[in-house]
Design a protein around this ligand. Structure first.
Ligand SMILES: Nc1nc2c(c(=O)[nH]1)N=C([C@H](O)[C@H](O)COP(=O)(O)OP(=O)(O)OP(=O)(O)O)CN2
Ligand SMILES: [Zn+2]
Length: 146
């Protein structure tokens, strides 16, 4: 069985050497879909009986580990020195430094890497993270898969 839940956040970024307008500083309303697989919990009386994992618990982990970190931050590539220097000049600015250019692909891969370690198979139901889908716009997304 697979389940998917969706969270949204706002962030700024740029793609430094992009051939077109994405080299400019700009932002997106990102959406992130988390897909988990596992057997359904069968435990009479448990809050999550009949679920792979409670959606609220799936979201709480994704929020704490990724969304709250990236929301209303500027996501900057570590070698984008001119922008990094500028961001460092702003007092208390929320900046997240990426080891790769913050494309939808690299963001999905980074979110997957972070979250994979956070969803634990506590009931022995083979629970595991299957996919992180990161929408950069309503029309374009990247999938990081297990
Ligand atoms: N494979 C990828 N291509 C592009 C990425 C990316 O992360 N992966 N990112 C960008 C830019 O960040 C840009 O902001 C998005 O590009 P684009 O789809 O052209 O933007 P639109 O506003 O035209 O998108 P709509 O879907 O029409 O709203 C570029 N390419
Ligand atoms: Zn963009």
């Amino acid at each position: 069985m697979q389940i998917t839940t969706r969270l949204e956040f706002d962030a700024g970024h740029r793609i430094p050497h992009h051939k077109s307008q994405c080299r400019n500083l700009h932002g997106h309303r990102y959406a992130m879909e988390i897909t988990l697989s596992g057997n359904i919990i069968e435990l009479d009386g448990a809050s999550d009986n009949g679920m792979v994992m409670d959606f609220s618990d799936v979201k709480a982990i994704a929020k704490r580990c990724v969304v709250d970190v990236w929301d209303h931050a500027f996501l900057v590539y570590k070698d984008d020195t001119v922008v990094l220097e500028f961001l460092r000049s702003l007092p208390d600015h929320k900046t997240v430094i990426f080891n790769q250019v913050p494309t939808a692909e690299n963001m999905a891969a980074e979110a997957f890497r972070i979250l994979k370690a956070e969803y634990h198979d506590t009931y022995g139901t083979q629970l595991q993270l299957e996919r992180v889908r990161l929408y950069e716009t309503p029309n374009s997304w990247a999938d990081a898969l297990s």
